[in-house]
Write a protein that binds this ligand. Structure first.
Ligand code: SF4
Ligand code: SF4
Length: 340
């Protein structure tokens, strides 16, 4: 059966309230400690979720008698969200404070050990694991490793500790079959971090630089590369699944801002310019349906497969994995909420 996804149009905040209201918020969230999982933008990136949107979602939850707090985890890489202190400072500069959002903002890497189905261990952030309900508030955009970054990415990478983030990237890095490598160099052209090079006419990978994006594997026509454990998108969705298993399904709602859709993620100070007009805001209670709807709307707005044009992997690998885990359905029924 297809899951409902609402597409919110102008006026956005009024219609966001209408769309979220379709999900019987009092029954789902009243009296519950509710984590609002949000990425508050890397310093110098301007394509992150608008603070006013996050504040409105918090207000809507508070009006439904929920007890919301905003949560995110520090990054693995060493920019301005790597430590809790730096992240709080970056969030403040980007417009996210208790005063602007209307509730407490928690940043923490403390986590509980859980199991994945591919990943041996997924360490779920304790603040998320201890919450009774959750809103996953995401910015839909391109992502070098996952092709699309939305709700699955927000949880699979953002609701787990640094060790799990590193494990996802490391286990998606390519292994080389030297016998099959012809030295054609097609994989070198697609590597953003310049992690691969030819040595003695065979490919060599610097694993300290590799992100595990799998673009080189896609580019290799000779089958000389394959991921160590699985492609990034499957590991990402596996990690998101471990987070979701901490919740009753009816206690999780998803809101995705499809605006400022740049080719690279909000973690990147150079994420690129918007590649298409703004689309709106999506609301659903199905993680696979909301990401599938976003990918389809992005391609429709762009006029052709945007992800393929960027030589990214297929973003629907994430959805395929969530479906395999029985945590959602990529079949969605879209309904627009616009006007007054
Ligand atoms: S694309 Fe494949 S065959 Fe060509 S250099 Fe890279 S690994 Fe070797
Ligand atoms: S997986 Fe991505 S980052 Fe790693 S070598 Fe291949 S293209 Fe480069």
């Amino acid at each position: 059966m297809a899951s409902k996804v609402y597409l919110v149009k102008e006026p956005f905040l009024t219609n966001l309230e209408k769309a979220m209201g379709k999900f019987d918020l009092k029954r789902r969230f009243s009296g519950k400690s509710t984590a609002v999982k949000a990425h508050m933008g890397e310093y110098e990136n301007l394509n992150y979720v608008r603070p006013v949107l996050l504040g409105k979602a918090v207000e809507i939850l508070q009006n439904a008698y929920a007890k919301p707090f905003v949560f995110d985890s520090p990054t693995s890489y060493h920019r301005k969200r790597h430590t809790v202190r730096d992240y709080i400072d970056t969030a403040r500069r980007n417009g996210f404070t208790k005063e602007t959002i209307g509730c407490e903002i928690k940043i923490s890497d403390e986590a509980l050990k859980e199991k994945g189905t591919i990943l041996k261990r997924v360490n779920v952030c304790r603040d998320i694991a201890d919450a009774e309900a959750m809103i996953v508030l995401s910015h839909g955009k391109g992502h070098v490793c996952g092709a699309y970054g939305g709700a699955i990415k927000n949880l699979g990478m953002g609701a787990v500790d640094i060790a799990t983030k590193d494990a996802i990237h490391d286990n998606a890095a390519p292994l080389i079959d030297r016998e099959k490598c012809t030295g054609c160099a097609a994989c070198i052209e697609v590597c953003h971090p310049k992690a691969n090079s030819l040595k003695n006419r065979k490919i060599s990978i610097d694993y300290d630089k590799c992100w595990g994006c799998g673009r080189c594997i896609k580019a290799c026509k000779y089958g000389a590369l394959k991921p160590k454990l699985a492609f990034f998108n499957y590991l990402l969705a596996d990690s998101a699944g471990a987070v979701l298993r901490k919740f009753q399904r009816e206690n999780v709602l998803y809101v995705t801002m499809l605006m400022s859709i740049a080719p690279r993620c909000d973690c990147n100070p150079r994420s690129g310019m918007s590649a298409m007009p703004d689309i709106g805001i999506l609301v659903s209670d199905d993680i696979a349906a909301i990401d599938a709807a976003a990918i389809d709307l992005i391609n429709k707005t762009f006029g052709k497969d945007w992800f393929e044009s960027l030589k990214y992997r297929n973003p629907k690998e994430q959805i395929e994995m969530i479906e395999k885990l029985g945590l959602g359905s990529g079949k969605c029924k879209l309904e627009e909420i616009g006007g007054n």
